[in-house]
Design a protein around this ligand. Structure first.
Ligand SMILES: [Fe+2]
Length: 164
């Protein structure tokens, strides 16, 4: 089954399995790399802005996050729900993660606008943009750390154990 690819990945992902687990790890790495870029932009405010970096980040933000969230919500989460046999605790956790996806996509849209303005040299409220940037990348780092620690660590071993 061919679905989406992460921003920089040319490999198609499959239904849940070893290949898609590798894809998700790579996609998370790409999100974290983008967070590094956003932190550098926040640190460069207000007078040392690299406009090209702002434009690049603005263009990468939406597609990368939507792609990862789509995969998690349509492949990974249903797989985990099925595997857990309908655990209430897991369901609550997955609902919270979906809510965070929704929030992050909203913030990503606002950030995209702000980064495009910064990149084109338009006037922006530097303090507000810095605050938005820091709030966003800190939230994304926490989210990915949680998913890796609580959802994917065991999955890695489960998939590894299926190897001949
Ligand atoms: Fe997620």
């Amino acid at each position: 089954m061919q679905t989406r690819t992460s921003q920089g990945s040319s490999k198609p992902i499959m239904a849940y399995g070893e290949g898609s687990l590798a894809w998700l790890h790579q996609a998370h790495d790409e999100q974290l790399a983008l967070c590094e870029e956003l932190e550098e932009i926040a640190d460069s405010l207000p007078s040392k802005i690299n406009r090209q970096k702002c434009i690049y980040a603005a263009k990468a933000l939406g597609p990368l996050f939507k792609g990862v969230h789509h995969y998690e919500e349509t492949v990974l989460f249903p797989y985990l729900e099925h595997k857990s046999g309908g655990s209430d605790t897991l369901n609550e956790t997955l609902e919270r993660l979906k809510f965070e996806h929704c929030e992050d996509e909203c913030f990503a849209e606002e950030l995209t606008d702000a980064l495009l303005r910064l990149g084109s040299g338009m006037a922006v409220n530097m303090e507000a943009v810095g605050y938005m940037l820091r709030g966003f990348f800190e939230s994304v780092r926490r989210h990915i750390a949680f998913e890796r620690e609580h959802l994917l660590k065991d999955m890695h071993f489960a998939v590894q154990s299926l190897k001949p």
